[in-house]
Design a protein around this ligand. Structure first.
Ligand code: SF4
Length: 367
């Protein structure tokens, strides 16, 4: 299957029958360097974009930008749920492994998931709608590739919910290790690639979007947004109370005059323990779910890791956030333009149609 996927990518890039675009998940920028003998945690974002252009992609987009979009949509949904005391705790829906796990093992809890598609699928959906319309390209003439730290994302891309009128949001998912292999085959040395920016229409992500690649990042990004929407005076843009690498962590944050209890879970056993205990689960208003150790930095498509390597990758994402000029998702220039020109307001009907979904139990889907 991985070889098949790489062969498919080579064919598409060589034949040039499609407009070939690629999106890059946040976790890759701090891990793919290891495949080229760089120290774990080296940030290679711009070199990676340069190397992908050398490989022949027409456009290179940043999944961190769709993570910003997910943040403002999920943050809006979270504030509504808190206000209406509805379907709490809210589960984050970015981790497709977590969604598959709950579908199979805890289907009665599916209504807790945020209705947002993952950043991978949100970017794919925006590519085949917003980008296609702006560039006047038929969606079926665009071949949308995603570079992911995750093997489960290959399954997510085939979900029936992740397409419009039979046109898939993401046509091909390639892992970190696979794209590194292709670069080596083509004699592209990542360390020598030209530093290049993401294509701005779906680039210009914030530090908050980059945080999605590690445990706690989705929640921190959403909390930053929620606090700013509520004009809350927060002590710092960094929510240190929920950071860390323990497989289960909890934190409290004060928002809108009430205390929000948060659980951050990564690793399947920790997730199973929490969801098996309804009383414990209902202690929280937000539960962030990531299946892999450390979140996507420890995904199954990443170069091999140890706890030290995971820590180095995590610290690199925290550094990328700190060094980003914008650290609040709603401040991304590309996101502002997207809403002004296309989606309208956060949670608009158009945003719902393109970016949201409904997770259904397997039996319900089969009916
Ligand atoms: S945590 Fe693991 S399974 Fe979940 S999206 Fe990230 S890489 Fe995939």
């Amino acid at each position: 299957m991985p070889l098949e996927d790489l062969n498919k990518l080579k064919e598409v890039l060589e034949k040039k029958e499609f407009h070939v675009v690629v999106q890059v998940a946040p976790a890759l920028r701090v891990s793919i360097g290891e495949e080229f003998n760089l120290t774990p945690g080296t940030i290679v974002t711009k070199k990676l974009v340069g190397a992908l252009k050398e490989l022949g992609f027409d456009k290179v987009f940043d999944t961190s930008l769709s993570a910003d979009v997910v943040t403002v949509e999920e943050g809006t949904e979270f504030l509504q749920r808190i206000q209406n005391c509805q379907n709490l705790p809210l589960f984050t829906s970015c981790c497709c492994g977590g969604v598959f796990f709950v579908e199979r093992n805890f289907p009665h809890l599916l209504n807790h998931f945020s209705s947002l598609k993952s950043p991978q699928q949100s970017m794919g959906a925006l590519i085949k709608t917003y980008y296609a319309e702006k560039e006047n390209i038929k969606p079926e003439k665009i071949f949308s590739v995603s570079l992911m730290p995750c093997v489960v994302k290959k399954l997510e891309a085939n979900r029936t919910e992740m397409q419009f009128n039979g046109v898939k949001h993401v046509d091909l998912v390639i892992t970190t290790k696979e794209i590194a292999q292709l670069m080596k085959e083509k004699n592209i040395d990542l360390t020598k690639a030209k530093e290049t920016d993401f294509d701005s229409i779906l680039g210009e992500a914030t530090g908050a979007g980059e945080l999605f690649g590690q445990t706690g990042g989705v929640t921190e990004s959403v909390l930053r947004f929620a606090a700013s929407e509520l004009n809350e005076k927060i002590h710092s843009i960094e929510f240190n109370e929920i950071r860390g690498m323990q497989g289960f962590r909890e934190g409290k944050v004060s928002l809108a005059g009430r205390t929000i209890n948060i659980a951050i879970v990564h690793g399947l056993n920790n997730l199973k323990d929490l969801l098996s205990n309804p009383e414990r689960m209902h202690n929280y208003q937000v539960i962030e779910i990531m299946v892999c150790p450390g979140g996507c930095i420890g995904g199954g498509g990443q170069p091999k890791s140890t706890p030290e390597i995971l820590e180095a990758r995590r610290n690199a994402l925290l550094k990328a956030d700190k060094e980003n000029k914008q650290r609040l998702s709603s401040e991304s220039p590309a996101l502002k333009k997207l809403y002004k020109e296309y989606l309208g307001t956060y949670g608009s009907d158009k945003a719902k149609k393109i970016l949201h979904t409904q997770f259904k139990c397997i039996e319900c889907k089969e009916k």
